[in-house]
Design a protein around this ligand. Structure first.
Ligand code: AMP
Length: 196
């Protein structure tokens, strides 16, 4: 299955994604993790990418698409992917659609994890203590939430138009959220997807 996981930063996508890939047996592609690795690798692009990450701004579409399309060439991703934090702009979504179309595939479902803003801020500040993520500080959190509303939230309408979106209430316990996600996925699986 080809799944897009949408939701604001701090909604708990990472946690749910890890449980979901185990359940479905498909790989996880988190562009946030990929870009943090680009920074650590100290390549020619590292400083540029680090600047965007530290400000909570989106890395330019061209660079993100180059990295993602390269990764998707690997046979590991033939049967499907759980995209986490990608696409984040309409341009990225359109380019992903075009890429999938070229392979005779398409996005099967979009999970939109919904969490209230005060709770998002609380979760990100608590994560910053536990995981020491650079971009989990007050100023960057505000900027990441603004970027989500301005650039990523329009994707909900983009995918809703095709009837692909499942809205998930993320204000519940992790187990309740996961059970809900599982049910929605099962409902949308084709018989051959369910067999794997
Ligand atoms: P995340 O781990 O998904 O919260 O992403 C962390 C940061 O990586 C974001 O604040 C952006 O700076 C950058 N990033 C991750 N995914 C994308 C993407 N699809 N497009 C542009 N920037 C991204």
């Amino acid at each position: 299955m080809w799944i897009v996981f949408l939701g604001p930063p701090g909604a708990g996508k990472g946690t749910q994604a890890n449980r979901l890939i185990e359940f479905l047996g498909i790989p996880h592609l988190s562009t946030g993790e990929v870009l943090r690795q680009v920074v650590r690798d100290q390549t020619a692009e590292s400083q540029l990418v680090a600047n965007f990450l530290d400000q909570g701004l989106l890395v330019p579409d061209e660079l993100v698409m180059k990295v993602v399309l390269e990764i998707l060439q690997s046979p590991k991703y033939e049967r499907g992917v759980l995209f986490d934090g990608f696409p984040r702009t309409i341009v990225q979504a359109e380019q992903l659609d075009a890429f999938l179309r070229g392979m005779g595939k398409r996005i099967d479902v979009v999970l939109n994890l919904e969490v209230e803003e005060s709770e998002l801020i609380r979760r990100m500040l608590s994560r910053s203590k536990k995981e020491g993520r650079h971009d989990d500080n007050h100023a960057t959190i505000r900027s990441r939430l603004r970027v989500f509303h301005d650039q990523t939230a329009p994707l909900i309408d983009y995918y809703d138009w095709n009837g692909l979106v499942e809205h998930i209430d993320g204000m519940r316990s992790s187990d309740e959220v996961f059970a809900d996600i599982q049910n929605r996925i099962i409902k949308r699986q084709t018989p051959s997807q369910a067999m794997h």
